[in-house]
Design a binder for this molecule. Sequence first.
Ligand SMILES: [Fe+2]
Length: 161
Amino acid sequence: MVRVQESTAASSQEATQPVQGDWQQIQTDHESLRASAERLEGLLATLAEEAAGAADGHEVLDLLGRFHVQLLDHLDREERQGVLERAVATEPRFARLAGRLRSEHDMLRTHSEALVRGAAQLGWRPLHARFVEFHAIFVGHEEAENDVIWNANLEDLGGRG
Ligand SMILES: [Fe+2]
């Protein structure tokens, strides 16, 4: 069995780097979440295919639970920091897109929670298929969010000035 390596980049960085800019922290979150999601998708694929050397299912479920907590922390951080609101204040043309992205936070929370709650009951194939679907939505959301923040030219968030 393939042992699941811990992906705790975000939490360890928070512990060792107490002061970071808002945007820098969000970027760090994005990179860590993306790496975790890619790893999870790969591990779930090996379990779904019952491949030789498939991952340890219990560890993958544990990793999924930790990804969910990491995602919730990240979404809460973005909302606390008001990054989308700040982007709209700078560039009102992003108001509609920012509103959509904000509402997608609740959808992502619900979707991720449903994956975690259903994970133990679902077979590996359905769980993998649902995670692939979630992953695509998550990546699309984060990319749109990055574009809004970047194009809003938020100097105080570390965007281009
Ligand atoms: Fe984000």
